[in-house]
Every structure is written in C-alpha cells, then in structure tokens.
Design a protein around this ligand. Structure first.
Ligand code: SF4
Ligand code: SF4
Ligand code: SF4
Length: 183
C-alpha cells in the first residue's frame, strides 16, 4: 500500500524552516543586475509601486524580487515608477530566467502535494502519475514565465529561480539543484 500521506501543517512549517529560505533575486523584470548596480539610486520608488509587495532590499540595498512573498505579474508598475528610467519594458524580455524543481520536493518522500501547481496561473506545472507512489510535478519550460509564484507556494523551498544570464540559483535549494524525476 503506497504511503500517500497528506502533510500536517505543523510539520510543513518545521520543514520549511529547515530548508534554505528563498532569497531575493538579483534583478527586477526588464532590469538586469549589472544595470541596476551601475545606475540605481536606491530611491525605493519601485518597491513602493509594486502592487504585489515583492520588491525588497537585496544585496547592498538594491531592489530585488523576493519570491517568498509572491510572484511577478509583469504589470510594469515598477518600471513606470523608476525616476531614473532604468527599465526597458518596450525593448527587453522581463528576464532570462527559469525555475527548477529540485529533489527536495516532498513527492520524493511520497508526500502528496500540489501547491506549486495551484499557484501557477500559466498552468506550467503538471503532475505525472507514478506507479506505487504519489504523482510528481513536471515543469513545462515553454509555458513557464519564471514569474516565481510557485516558489513561495512550495512548503519546503524545493523550487529555485535561476538567472540564465548569471548562472546563479537564487532561491530554494541553491547548490543542490537537479531536476526532479518525472516518473
Ligand atoms: S512588474 Fe509588477 S508585480 Fe512584477 S515586480 Fe514590477 S511592480 Fe511588482
Ligand atoms: S515560475 Fe513558472 S511554473 Fe512557477 S508559477 Fe510561474 S509560470 Fe508557473
Ligand atoms: S515542488 Fe510542488 S509538489 Fe513538490 S513539495 Fe514543492 S509545492 Fe509540493
């Protein structure tokens, strides 16, 4: 009999505290880290403008996305609020990034969970049936916008956001990333 165990909320909190918490990403949409570090005055206008409340102080007090608070809706309010006009939403993709679901995903311990799927408006996370265990999440890279909404939704911080330009994992299981098995 498979152990399809629903997760107790107190155990979920304990597990979350035990894993690395998501850290602010190094850039905002349409504003890469290099340009930000070189020209941003840290005035805080983008932080105040974000309706999702996900722009936080990152390295050196420069603005950064904190995916623990939620995902980016690409509304453009941060870009419009910047008095230095550093963002370029009309010329650039919001970012060159992707997310990865790591092996810390609870389904590897046969714990039933689909929180990431529920958080994904793009419907980029599906669940593959697996014989003798719980279904595991499968990410559709083509559909994923790297909005990050799934990152804070994961009870154990198993999802990482990776800046393809800088080859850095900035959230969840930084340093131990391997794509989750699909079977
Ligand atoms: S695009 Fe909108 S939701 Fe995303 S960081 Fe900027 S203000 Fe926040
Ligand atoms: S980062 Fe990708 S998989 Fe995660 S919620 Fe956003 S679109 Fe969905
Ligand atoms: S990656 Fe998805 S299915 Fe796995 S523990 Fe996190 S939220 Fe749950």
């Amino acid at each position: 009999m498979p152990n399809h165990t629903a997760m107790d909320p107190s155990r979920r909190r304990w597990l979350r505290a035990d894993f690395a918490a998501p850290r602010p990403a190094p850039c905002l949409p349409w504003l890469d880290a290099e340009r930000c570090f070189a020209h941003c005055t840290r005035c805080g206008a983008c932080t105040a403008a974000c309706p999702e409340g996900i722009v936080a102080a990152g390295d050196g007090g420069f603005p950064a996305i904190d995916f623990a608070r939620g995902g980016c809706t690409f509304c453009g309010a941060c870009a419009a609020a910047c008095p230095a006009d550093l963002f370029a939403p009309e010329r650039r993709a919001p970012w060159h990034a992707r997310v990865v679901i790591g092996e810390g995903c609870m389904t590897h311990q046969r714990v039933y969970c689909q929180s990431c799927c529920d958080a994904c408006e793009a419907r980029a996370i599906g669940f593959a049936p697996a014989l003798g265990t719980v279904p595991r999440p499968v990410l559709d890279d083509a559909a994923c916008t790297a909005c990050g909404a799934c990152i804070g939704a994961c009870p154990v911080g198993a999802i990482a956001w990776i800046d393809n330009g800088r080859k850095q994992a900035r959230a969840g299981e930084a340093g131990t990333l391997r794509e989750t098995a699909t079977g």
